[in-house]
Design a binder for this molecule. Structure first.
Ligand code: F6R
Length: 278
């Protein structure tokens, strides 16, 4: 894992936008995995700015969102459909037919989840997956005890997630209990993963994910099994990491450092294939 510590949320978001921009410049028809929540808000603002002012082009891009609340229609202001259109899609030149967000209102979730997984495969797989992290260490809505091999499915939200997300709703009882979410296994098949975390309320989860054991109790720890993960954290979220001197030292050395680790991108191989080859 490459751990990059930024001084502020703003700096972190700009660095994240540069990772996305580089991906699109290298591969204009890249497939992006997208997250919602507070964390990527400034990243999306910066992508809109890059699109408007520097011509960052989304015309060939395809996106897959991680998750959606079950029971919320796409017009519901709390739905992730609404969030994405409101905060990103309406401002960039991505074709509507290239946008995939799990449905919170399908009448056949099992079939929908299989279709969603197949759409990701048919699109060539995700080149860059953006993730936030929950205070309980979840990625997408893979709550503690989720299988590390899980695929897109319905998950029951943990009480702590319901409480964390109540801030977006009028009343805590309005927070849906179920979500449709990509699985940990689905996420690990992305070519490259960019996890963002901001604020000291994320510090424990971040430390557990990066420096703790790989465990289904902190599903973000499964990222340790992936060979190309960038964790961009601000100083608040980095507060409980024990190896910060080392991360900063690598970070500072990077410009002139020899490229000892090959950074092959855009390979479409499963984590199992990669393991067998190593
Ligand atoms: C959202 C998602 C979640 C959030 C996480 C952090 O699509 O998949 O895992 O990334 O709950 O949420 P925020 O950023 O609101 O703290």
């Amino acid at each position: 894992m490459e751990v990059l510590i930024s001084e502020s949320y703003d700096e972190m978001s700009k660095a994240a936008a540069q990772v996305v921009a580089k991906t699109l410049n290298a591969k204009p028809n890249a497939v992006l995995g997208l997250a919602t929540g507070s964390t990527p808000l400034s990243l999306y603002k910066e992508l809109v700015r890059l699109h408007r002012n520097e011509g960052l082009d989304f015309s060939q891009v395809t996106t897959f969102n991680l998750d959606e609340y079950v029971g919320l229609t796409r017009n519901n202001p709390q739905s992730y459909h609404y969030f994405m259109h409101h905060n990103l899609f309406q401002y960039i030149n991505i074709p509507a037919q290239n946008i995939y967000i799990p449905s919170g209102t399908t009448d056949n979730y099992e079939a929908f989840c299989q279709w969603y997984e197949q759409r990701i495969v048919d699109s060539g797989g995700i080149d860059l997956q953006i993730l936030g992290i929950g205070t309980d260490g979840h990625i997408a809505f893979n709550e503690p005890s989720s299988s590390l091999g899980s695929r897109t499915r319905i998950k029951t939200l943990a009480q702590s997630t319901i409480e964390d997300n109540a801030r977006f709703f009028d009343k805590p009882e309005d927070v849906p209990i179920y979500a449709i979410t990509m699985g940990v296994g689905t996420i690990l098949e992305a070519d490259r993963i960019l996890m963002l975390a901001s604020g000291d309320n994320k510090a424990k989860a971040v430390a557990a994910a990066i420096e703790g054991p790989v465990t289904s109790m902190i599903t973000a720890s499964a990222l340790q099994l992936h060979q190309d993960v960038i964790c961009l954290v601000d100083s608040g979220a980095a507060a409980e990491l024990t190896m910060t001197d080392y991360y900063r030292w690598i970070q500072d050395k990077q410009p002139g450092a020899p490229q000892t680790v090959p950074r092959p991108h855009f390979r479409k191989k499963s984590i199992v294939d990669r393991y067998l080859e190593s």
